[in-house]
Design a protein around this ligand. Structure first.
Ligand SMILES: [Zn+2]
Length: 168
């Protein structure tokens, strides 16, 4: 643990505080820094990513469900095959992107509404699980993946273009 001196955020480093009660030319001594304007900040410098021994799989989001790395059944009686989603801890450490938990939610909800295609219009502002296509969300995930591939390809092309410009 190391310590550095940082500016007190409450008083902007002035050591005095002026709010609603301190009228005209008055101010009070800042209680956060006791008037010094400075806070001692304790921190641990980063050296390398540490490992955990209690984790087997990594997911990118729980979507507010309680998750496990083992298969489980939802309140609605649907079995979620968790071992097929996410990424093994080892793969994730090596840079693999976790696979979305496709049995749990649709891509519209997963992507925080960033992904949308024609079938999503049938949602009409309703909740994603009320979507008439929710039971067939595999088709939506397929579309999502096609989109991701396109985005990836575009990134590669942009990179190539950028790189080509720098050539003499
Ligand atoms: Zn202060």
């Amino acid at each position: 643990m190391e310590t550095i001196k940082i500016e007190c955020e409450s008083c902007d480093g002035t050591g005095i505080y002026k709010g609603m009660c301190e009228k005209d030319g008055s101010a009070v001594v800042c209680i956060k820094c006791q008037g010094t304007g400075m806070i001692e900040f304790n921190y641990t410098p980063f050296t390398e990513r540490k490992l955990r021994t209690d984790v087997k799989r990594v997911y990118s989001n729980t979507m507010t469900y309680v998750i496990s790395d083992e298969d489980f059944t939802t309140k609605e009686g649907v079995t979620i095959h968790m071992s097929q989603f996410g990424a093994s801890y080892e793969d994730w450490l090596n840079g693999k992107k976790p696979i979305p938990i496709k049995e749990l939610v649709c891509p519209y909800y997963w992507s925080d509404q960033e992904f949308k295609w024609k079938l999503c219009n049938d949602l009409l502002g309703g909740c994603y699980y009320n979507c008439p296509h929710y039971a067939d969300k595999d088709a939506c995930w397929f579309q999502f993946e096609q989109n991701e591939k396109k985005k990836e390809l575009k990134k590669v092309q942009e990179y190539k273009r950028k790189y080509a410009k720098k050539e003499p």
